[in-house]
Design a protein around this ligand. Structure first.
Ligand code: C2O
Ligand code: CU
Length: 490
């Protein structure tokens, strides 16, 4: 069936269905931008910093005057931000006080397989009967009950990573209900730069949602089994844009440079970000950390799971100016994201160096292993949904055996838009559509937006960790509808 046959409503740049809120939408630019708190360790040892996070339900005021129940890390949405040092181990005890199994994945992490959040390595809640547990596929996973410890060596350069739920078949609804947070890694190379910092370095976790009449997140209820009803296999997009968990918020800024750590944490929505009144967004980093040199964008297309590290110079505006962050892919209310209110002139000794880091593109090696990954709509073995290389996700099937420490060239081929994500190692985009990489492809990436009928080739090399890892579409409904494949490193 074509999209039209399924009666799906498509908006430009989206391959998803818009869910409308059943409550009046709030007036934009009234709620101050919240900043997720930085998580403090419970103890610090020679071998690392130890943290404890409690996954629990909480009732939050997201829309003014309404309560929304979230599934939150520490009951927050987004969860607390981890702010850690490169090379220093982070050990996180996750406690599940929800009534659903969870799995935590550190997206962008160079993580040993045992802590990577294999979708069947469930953290079960303590006691009682649990929602959906009857049809849970438990095959082969390493399950824990009550709490589970994840160890992240952070053996990688400074970058904005994020953590989120990764439970098999239920990632989309569980992330939608709140299980996301940032994990920022810092290093000396980044610290040495004269970039904006402190309260002029601001995370922007952008996620769209729809709200039901009772204030809860509106999400299509699962029928039996899979977390996503198949009518929503295109992906779920909402009519409210949240930034750091607040609808169309406003941030007061001095007339100075600010650094924004942008994450698109939406299930399926892309944004094309631009400022109004206009000035370029200066990109200094991507998923895998700082670029070699800054890249200017009049607008910035951000697919689900991508991160962009961006500097905006508000000294180019007169104090009193209201600057709106637009989403040029939408014509409705979601065409706006948030607003900045420029308050006053301020001292600013920051700058954007023309050389940001030692990042360099790796010369394309000859004679390396090449693999093709085809992301397509498909029917496979009684499964209707999405496939990779003609297969629905099967945790028993390794679609590739990959040798550590060797470059490989992977080609991603698709029918419709898919943000493709690879676990364990970042990659560099070599070619898009047979030509040079696109404007948003610079630097080390772990998620790349593949446009319809456009082959993207990337250079990747896995190191250090042996085990089972994943490649999947980060449209979370596509992922839950089986657009995921396992590979093994050795
Ligand atoms: Cu952000 Cu496998 O996921
Ligand atoms: Cu997809």
């Amino acid at each position: 069936a074509t999209l039209a046959d399924c009666g799906l409503e498509l908006s430009p740049g989206q391959t998803a269905e818009l869910l409308h809120s059943e409550v009046p939408l709030p007036e934009p630019f009234k709620v101050p931008l919240p900043i997720p708190p930085v998580k403090k360790p419970v103890r610090t040892e020679a071998d690392g910093d130890y943290y404890r996070v409690v996954q629990k339900r909480a009732s939050l005021e997201i829309l003014p005057g309404l309560r929304t129940e979230v599934l939150g890390y520490d009951g927050l949405f987004p969860g607390p931000t981890f702010d850690v040092r490169s090379g220093r181990t982070t050990v996180i005890e996750q406690v599940n006080q929800l009534d659903v199994p969870t799995v935590v994945h550190l997206h962008g992490g160079h993580t040993p397989a045992a802590s990577d959040g294999w979708p069947l390595d469930l953290l079960l809640p303590n006691g009682g009967h649990h929602e959906h547990m009857d049809h849970m596929d438990t095959g082969g996973g390493d399950q824990k009950t009550g709490s589970r410890t994840y160890t992240y060596p952070n053996t990688q350069r400074a970058a904005a990573l994020w953590y989120h739920d990764h439970r098999m078949d239920y990632t989309a609804p569980q992330v939608y209900r709140g299980l996301v947070g940032l994990h920022l890694i810092r290093d000396d190379e980044e610290d040495a730069l004269p970039l904006p910092r402190g309260d002029r370095e601001i995370p922007l976790v952008i996620a769209d949602r729809a709200f039901a009449a009772d204030g809860s997140f509106r999400y299509p209820a699962a029928k039996n089994g899979p977390g996503v009803e198949s009518a929503y296999m295109e992906g779920v997009i909402g009519d409210v844009v949240l930034v750091n968990g607040a609808p169309w918020p406003v941030l007061e800024v001095a007339a100075a440079k600010y650094r924004f750590r942008i994450l698109n944490a939406s299930n399926a929505r892309r944004y094309e970000l631009a400022l109004d009144p206009g000035q370029p967004l200066i990109q200094i980093g991507s998923d895998g950390g700082l670029l070699g040199a800054p890249v200017e964008h009049d607008s910035l297309v951000v697919a689900p799971a991508e991160r962009f590290d961006v500097v905006v110079d508000f000294s180019k505006y007169q104090p009193g100016t209201e600057v709106t962050l637009l989403n040029k892919l939408s014509k409705d209310r979601t065409g706006q994201v948030m607003r900045f209110r420029v308050t006053a002139k301020a001292a600013d000794d920051t700058s954007i160096p023309s050389k940001l880091s030692s990042y360099a593109a790796v010369p394309e090696p000859a004679g390396v292993v090449r693999r093709k990954w085809a992301f397509r709509r498909g029917d496979a073995g009684g499964h209707t949904g999405w496939t990779i290389n003609g297969k629905a996700f099967d945790p028993e099937v390794m679609q590739a055996e990959v040798k550590l420490d060797q470059y490989e060239i992977w080609s991603f081929v698709t029918d419709v838009h898919h943000p493709v994500h690879v676990h364990l190692a970042p990659f560099q985009v070599l070619r898009r559509g047979g030509k040079k990489p696109g404007p948003y492809d610079a630097g080390w990436k772990d998620t790349v937006d593949i446009r319809p009928a456009e082959v993207v080739e990337v250079l990747v090399r896995f190191t250090a960790h042996k085990g089972k890892y994943l490649i999947h579409c980060h449209n979370l409904e596509h992922e839950d509808m089986a657009m995921m494949a396992a590979f093994r490193t050795s």
